[in-house]
Design a protein around this ligand. Structure first.
Ligand SMILES: *Cc1c(COP(=O)(O)O)cnc(C)c1O
Length: 370
């Protein structure tokens, strides 16, 4: 029986010491650590602004609202974590799902244009698992219809194309720092943007709609989406170590691929060779000859043997909470086909290459029993 977790945060002495320093300082929120984290972060992403908040979900909400969206439709992918489409609901808009590409598993840019109507308010692509989606083509389409792009980069911190960082392609980019992400703050999120208006609005909305005015005057109905200084202190130390995290994760993914690449039952996510990937998750897809029952059996087998695993992602359009939107099985066949066959394998900086080999042994054994 092994014990290899699906994900695990990498917290060192510097994170611990800096948290203690903030606790000792007496300034637990609205202190200097937020600004320091934001400056480091915007420099890293190559954007003019970074606005820290308390989750990736709230970052998405801030961006959608700062674009002035209230009603209409937001075009997005059904193959993602639910936060990416929930932000449409928060601003009274309908998530207008568009099927994904069978190879990249990201939104199929060729199908976006036919889904644009007079109701469309934004395009919200996701870089699922880390590889950057066809962002240049999406930008062309968005520009020709004067639509903003909300770039959900929550899974792609540190990924780049031609030196351009994930998060810097959209009108705004969004990140989350839950403990399974490339860097963590416990909970936390970030908006990055070059647009003055978005930055200003996000800053105001995260802080009770205060704008730049005094403490008890509110220009907008805002939220308390502030990131505490305690969490920002963790984020600063994590961001200093990001290159090590990214290369360690890449080493693990490369090792998985080396072992599994000749296995006819297993397919990998495809991405453009120009993309330098920061991996959030390592997800394999079983060959189409395997069905969802077999896949679920393999997940059970792995779990029984102490291997952390999951089925990222179940189709968003078929979630119970979205019944009112009226989507039905078969609406997005590519997404549904892939969702039935994915297996997310352990990926974090605390695991060894030997752990990768153990995971693969159990996986191959499970496949032979299937
Ligand atoms: C993690 C994630 C988010 C944000 O999640 P939070 O838990 O709110 O930080 C948003 N979108 C995607 C695609 C994600 O993977």
């Amino acid at each position: 029986m092994s014990n290899i977790k699906l994900s695990h945060p990498d917290i060192g002495n510097d994170e611990i010491n800096e948290v203690v320093n903030v606790l000792s300082s007496g300034q637990l929120s609205l202190g200097p650590k937020i600004e320091e984290f934001e400056t480091l972060f915007s420099n890293y992403c190559g954007t003019k602004y970074a606005i820290a908040c308390n989750s990736g979900t709230s970052a998405l909400h801030l961006v959608a609202e700062s674009l002035g969206i209230n009603g209409g439709e937001i075009i997005t992918t059904p193959f993602s974590f639910i936060a990416s489409s929930n932000c449409a609901i928060y601003v009274n808009a309908r998530p207008k799902f568009v099927d994904i590409d069978p190879l990249t598993w990201n939104i199929d840019h060729n199908r976006i244009e036919e889904n644009i109507t007079s109701e469309t308010k934004a395009i919200l692509p996701v870089h699922v698992f880390g590889p950057i989606c066809d962002i240049a083509d999406i930008r062309k389409t968005a520009n020709s219809y004067a639509l903003p792009i909300i770039e959900d980069s929550c899974e792609a911190l540190g990924s780049s194309v031609d030196g351009m960082m994930a998060g810097s392609f959209g009108d705004a980019g969004v990140f989350g720092f839950y403990p399974n992400k490339q860097i963590t703050t416990g909970e936390g999120g970030m908006v990055v943007t070059d647009r003055d208006d978005i930055a200003e609005k996000c800053r105001s909305l995260r802080n009770q709609g205060r704008g730049s005015s005094t403490w008890l005057s509110h220009s907008d109905i805002g939220y308390n989406y502030r990131m505490p200084d305690i969490n920002a202190a963790i984020g600063i130390e994590q961001l200093k170590r990001i290159n090590t995290f990214i290369s360690k994760r890449k080493e693990i993914v490369d090792h998985y691929k080396k072992i599994l690449r000749d296995n006819d039952s297993i397919e990998f996510q495809f991405y453009d060779a120009k993309c330098s990937v920061s991996w959030f998750a390592f997800v394999i897809k079983l060959h189409d000859s395997f069905d969802v029952t077999v896949r679920n059996g393999i997940l059970e087998y792995l779990k029984k043997n102490g291997i952390g695993c999951n089925n990222y992602f179940a189709p968003l359009h078929l979630q119970k909470c979205y019944e009112f939107l009226g989507y039905k099985p078969g609406d997005f066949p590519v997404c549904e086909n892939i969702s039935d066959r994915t297996i997310t394998l352990p990926l974090h900086t605390k695991m060894s290459l030997n752990d990768v080999e153990i995971v693969c042994e159990y996986l191959i054994e499970a496949l032979s029993l299937a």
